[in-house]
Design a protein around this ligand. Structure first.
Ligand code: ADP
Ligand code: MG
Length: 740
C-alpha cells in the first residue's frame, strides 16, 4: 500500500547539503509490524517523517496505493496525513495541561467528529490502553509509560491505516516499554505499524519485518513473519472541525494554564487602562489649558495694553495692584478686564419688539475717571446709575431718536439674551468723528462696572454640587439665590435623600462648586431643609413648583462670583519702553503678555492643532501598545508553540488554529475589559473607594469605553493572526523540533 522507489532526502543548511537518507527502496503492506533500527544519525527519523508526510523528499517517488506523490502540495500531504497517518513520538507530544480524556478527544475534535460520537470512542480507546482510572487526570501528572499509552490511544482513536512511531520507548524503562509495545501490538491488528527503535531485542518478538539502516541506506530488510497480504486498508473518515468544537477548544485553552491566563489578563487590563488613561489625561490637559490660558475674546488690541496674571495663578490682591501702579511706565490698570473686550448692551425692555420705538445700542464700558473730553449734549453723571456716551453724530439713534436716548433709563445686559443685570440712565453725549464704528464708548461708575463684572463671572461659570462624596452632572439641579435661606445653608429637593445610604438629610453637608475661565471655587453649606411638591411654596416662597433647584442664600450666591480678578490689563504710557515694563512686572511675580501677541493667535486653529496632536499621539500609543503587547503575548504564547504545532500535526488547519487562538484571546480580553468596567462601576457607586480610578474615569464617556473595546478586540485578533502565521511558517516537524 506504501512504496518508496529510489527515494532520497537532502537537507540544505546555509549552502551545505547534508544527506538524510539515499536511494531507499521499500514496500509496506497493511498488517505488517515493521521495526526499523540503526545507529543514531543513520536516517531513521528522516525516513519516518517522509513516510508520514511531515517532511518532503527530493528524489525518487513515493507511491500511496499505487499513486505518485512527487507532485503533492502541502495541502495534499495534509489530507494524506489526515486519511492515513497517526504518529507516536518519543517524547509523547501530548498536551500536558489537558486530561487524558481531553488529549484523546482532541484529535477527534480537530478532525470534525461530532461531540456525541466522540465520547464512547474516546472512553473505549482509553479502556483498551488500560487508563480508565486516569481518564480525568492531567497528563502532566502521569508516568512516562502512562503518557506513551495515552499517545497510543490518541494515535489509534483516529482509525488511520498507518501508525508511525519514532522511538516510542526511548524515554521509558524496560517494564513500561514492554507494556507499551504489547498494547500497541494488541490494538493495531490489521494496520501497518512502522516503528523505529535502537533496542531491537525489545521489539523483535512482535516484528513481522526488520529493516536496518546505516548511513542513510537500507542495509537489511528481512521478513521474519508471514502476514496475510489481502487485508484492505480503510482510510480514516474526517471532515473539517466544527465551529462549536473550535469554541470548545478556545474556551478550554483560556483557562487550562492558570499563569498564562493571569499574564494575558494582566496584558489586556494594561492595554485597557493605558488607552483610557492617555485619553483622559488629554482631556484633563485641555481642561487645565482652558483654566490657565488667557481668555481669547479680545476686542481691544491697543499696543499699550498688557495682559497680566499672577505667576502663581492666584488672584490679584490690592497690594499687587499697588505695586503694579508703582511702576513708572504704567498708565493705569483695568482690574476686571473682561469688559474691555466685551461690549455691553443698553436696551429698553418695554419696546424691544417694536423697532421704530426701541432704542438699543452697545459699547465698551469704561471708568468715568478716564473720560477726558467735553460733552456736546447733557451733563456729567452725578451718581452711580448715570452714564455718558461717546458716538458718531451720524448714528441713527442720535439723528432720529435723540429724545428717547438722553435722560432715559436703560436696562443693561452683558449677553445677547437681554438678561437685565442692572439699569442706568444716559445723561450726557460727546460726538466723535468715527462714522463706521457702531460700538459706543460708554463711561460709568466703578460700582456699575463691578456689577457688570459679577454678571460676567456668572455667565461664564458652571455650577455643580458635591453631595455625599459625588459630583453631579452639570445642570441636574439649578443653583439659585433665595431670600428664605439662611447664610451657610441650602434647601434642596427631598429626592436627594435617596442618594444617602443612611442618616437624615437634614444638616448633611453639600458643596456648591463654581468653575469658569478665571477661577474655580467651592462653597461649603449645610442642608437646612428640603422641599417636596406639597410644601414647595411654603419653604421657598416661590409660587410655581420647580423640582430642579437648589436654593442658597443670596449673599452666598453672590460670593461665588464676587472674586478678586485673576486676569487684568495694564496700559502703559510709553509703548517704546514696554519691554522694560514687562521685565519689571515679571520681577514682582506677574506673568505679562502684550495683547498684540494675541492678534495673530487664532483660538479655533489652536484647538484644531490640539485635536490633531491628540489623534496622532493616541494612534502612536495604540501602535506602540500593540507591539509591546504582541511581544509580551508572544513570549507568553511561546510555551504554547508546542501545543499549536501538535494541533497541526493532529490535523488542524491554519484557519482553525487561528480561530482557536482568536477565541482564547477574545475570551481573555473580554474578561479583562469587563473586570475593569466592574471596578469603574463599583467606584462610581461608592462601593469601592479608589480615588485614582475615579479621577481616571471622570473625563470618559460611553464613546471612549466603546472605542477601547473595539481596539482591544481588534488587537487580540491581529495578535492571533500573526501568531498563527508564525506557527505555519515552517513545516510542522521543523517547528516542533525547534521547540522540543
Ligand atoms: P536518526 O533518527 O537515525 O538518528 P536522523 O534521521 O535524525 O537520524 O538524521 C539523519 C541525518 O540527517 C543525520 O546525519 C542528521 O545530521 C541529518 N539531519 C537530520 N535532520 C536535519 C536537519 N534538520 N538539518 C540538517 N541535517 C539534518
Ligand atoms: Mg531519530
Amino acid at each position: 500500500m506504501l512504496e518508496l522507489k529510489n527515494v532520497s532526502k537532502f537537507y540544505y543548511n546555509n549552502g551545505i547539503i547534508a544527506s538524510g537518507f539515499t536511494k531507499v527502496n521499500l514496500k509496506f503492506n497493511i498488517g505488517e509490524f515493521i521495526v526499523i533500527t540503526g545507529e543514531s544519525g543513520s536516517g531513521k527519523s528522516t525516513l519516518l517523517n517522509v513516510i508520514s508526510g511531515l517532511d518532503s523528499y527530493e528524489e525518487g517517488e513515493m507511491y500511496i496505493n499505487g499513486k505518485e506523490t512527487s507532485h503533492y502540495t502541502e495541502n495534499d500531504f495534509e489530507e494524506y496525513r489526515r486519511k492515513y497517518i497517526a504518529n507516536i513520538f518519543q517524547n509523547f507530544n501530548l498536551v500536558n495541561s489537558y486530561t487524558v480524556y481531553q488529549n484523546v478527544e482532541l484529535v477527534l475534535l480537530l478532525n470534525g467528529y461530532k461531540k456525541k460520537d466522540v465520547k464512547k470512542k474516546v472512553l473505549d480507546m482509553i479502556d483498551q490502553v488500560g487508563l480508565t482510572k486516569f481518564k480525568n487526570t492531567k497528563v502532566s501528572k502521569l508516568s512516562g509509560g502512562q503518557k506513551q499509552r495515552v499517545a497510543i490511544a490518541r494515535a489509534m482513536v483516529k482509525e488511520t491505516p498507518i501508525i508511525v512511531a519514532d522511538e516510542p520507548t526511548g524515554n521509558l524503562d524496560v517494564e513500561s516499554a514492554k507494556e507499551a509495545i504489547e498494547i500497541l501490538k494488541k490494538v493495531s491488528k490489521d494496520k501497518l505499524v512502522i516503528i523505529v527503535t535502537h533496542n531491537i531485542e525489545q521489539m523483535e518478538q512482535y516484528a513481522t519485518r526488520i529493516i536496518k539502516m546505516h548511513d542513510g541506506r537500507i542495509i537489511e530488510n528481512t521478513e521474519v513473519k508471514k502476514i496475510d497480504r489481502n487485508i484492505q486498508a480503510e482510510t480514516s473518515k474526517y471532515s473539517k472541525i466544527s465551529i462549536f468544537n473550535k469554541y470548545r477548544l478556545g474556551f478550554r485553552n483560556t483557562f487550562n494554564v492558570f499563569t498564562k491566563f493571569a499574564l494575558l489578563f494582566a496584558v489586556f487590563l494594561f492595554i485597557t487602562i493605558s488607552v483610557l488613561l492617555e485619553y483622559s489625561s488629554f482631556q484633563s490637559l485641555e481642561y487645565e489649558l482652558s483654566q490657565e490660558d488667557y481668555s481669547y475674546y479680545f476686542e481691544d488690541f491697543s499696543p499699550n495694553r498688557v495682559l497680566i496674571k499672577k505667576q502663581d495663578k492666584s488672584a490679584f490682591s490690592d497690594e499687587d495692584y499697588k505695586k503694579i501702579e508703582g511702576i513708572s511706565n504704567v498708565d493705569y490698570v483695568v482690574k476686571n478686564d473682561y469688559l474691555v473686550d466685551k461690549d455691553v448692551i443698553f436696551y429698553k425692555m418695554e419696546n424691544i419688539s417694536d423697532p421704530y420705538n426701541s432704542v438699543i445700542f452697545s459699547g465698551i464700558i469704561n471708568d468715568i475717571e478716564k473720560f477726558d473730553g467735553t460733552l456736546d449734549v447733557g451733563r456729567m453723571p452725578e451718581n452711580a446709575n448715570e452714564v455718558v456716551i461717546s458716538c458718531s453724530k451720524e448714528d441713527y439713534n442720535i439723528s432720529n431718536k435723540l429724545d428717547k436716548l438722553i435722560n432715559n433709563k436703560f436696562s443693561i445686559s452683558t449677553t445677547n439674551s437681554y438678561n437685565e443685570v442692572t439699569t442706568a440712565s444716559v445723561v450726557g453725549i460727546m460726538y466723535n468723528d468715527d462714522d463706521d464704528d457702531y460700538l459706543y464708548d460708554i463711561y460709568g461708575s466703578k460700582e456699575l462696572i463691578d456689577k457688570l463684572n459679577l454678571s460676567v463671572n456668572r455667565n461664564f461659570s458652571t455650577l455643580r454640587y458635591l453631595f455625599n462624596g459625588k459630583y453631579t452632572n452639570i445642570n441636574t439641579y439649578l443653583v439659585i439665590p433665595n431670600k428664605n435661606v439662611e447664610k451657610g445653608k441650602a434647601i434642596v429637593n427631598d429626592d436627594l435623600k435617596y442618594q444617602l445610604s443612611k442618616g437624615r438629610i437634614k444638616n448633611q453637608p453639600i458643596s456648591i462648586c463654581v468653575d469658569n475661565i478665571f477661577y474655580e471655587d467651592k462653597l461649603d453649606l449645610k442642608i437646612s431643609g428640603t422641599y417636596t411638591k406639597n410644601n414647595f411654596t411654603k419653604v421657598t416662597g416661590i409660587e410655581e413648583f420647580n423640582n430642579g433647584i437648589i436654593c442658597i442664600n443670596e449673599e452666598d450666591y453672590n460670593s461665588l462670583y464676587d472674586k478678586a480678578p485673576y486676569q487684568s490689563s495694564v496700559y502703559v504710557k510709553e509703548v517704546d519702553n514696554i519691554d522694560e515694563t514687562l521685565l519689571e512686572l515679571k520681577e514682582i511675580g506677574i506673568a505679562p503678555k502684550r495683547i498684540t501677541d494675541f492678534a495673530v493667535q487664532d483660538n479655533a486653529a489652536y484647538k484644531q492643532v490640539m485635536k490633531i496632536v491628540k489623534l496622532v499621539v493616541t494612534f502612536l500609543l495604540i501602535i506602540v501598545l500593540f507591539f509591546i503587547s504582541y511581544l509580551i503575548i508572544k513570549i507568553i504564547l511561546k510555551s504554547r508553540n508546542v501545543y499549536y504545532t501538535t494541533l497541526r500535526m493532529l490535523g488542524a488547519t491554519f484557519k482553525s488554529v487561528k480561530r482557536i487562538l482568536d477565541i482564547e484571546l477574545f475570551v481573555n480580553s473580554n474578561i479583562a475589559y469587563f473586570t475593569f468596567i466592574l471596578i469603574v462601576y463599583l467606584v462610581n457607586a461608592n462601593i469601592l473607594n479608589w480615588g485614582y480610578v475615579a479621577n481616571l474615569t471622570s473625563f470618559l464617556t460611553i464613546r471612549e469605553y466603546v472605542l477601547v473595546y473595539i481596539i482591544l478586540v481588534c488587537m487580540s485578533r491581529l495578535i492571533s493572526r500573526r501568531f498563527a502565521r508564525k506557527v505555519f511558517k515552517k513545516s510542522a516537524i521543523s517547528t516542533y523540533n525547534e521547540e522540543v
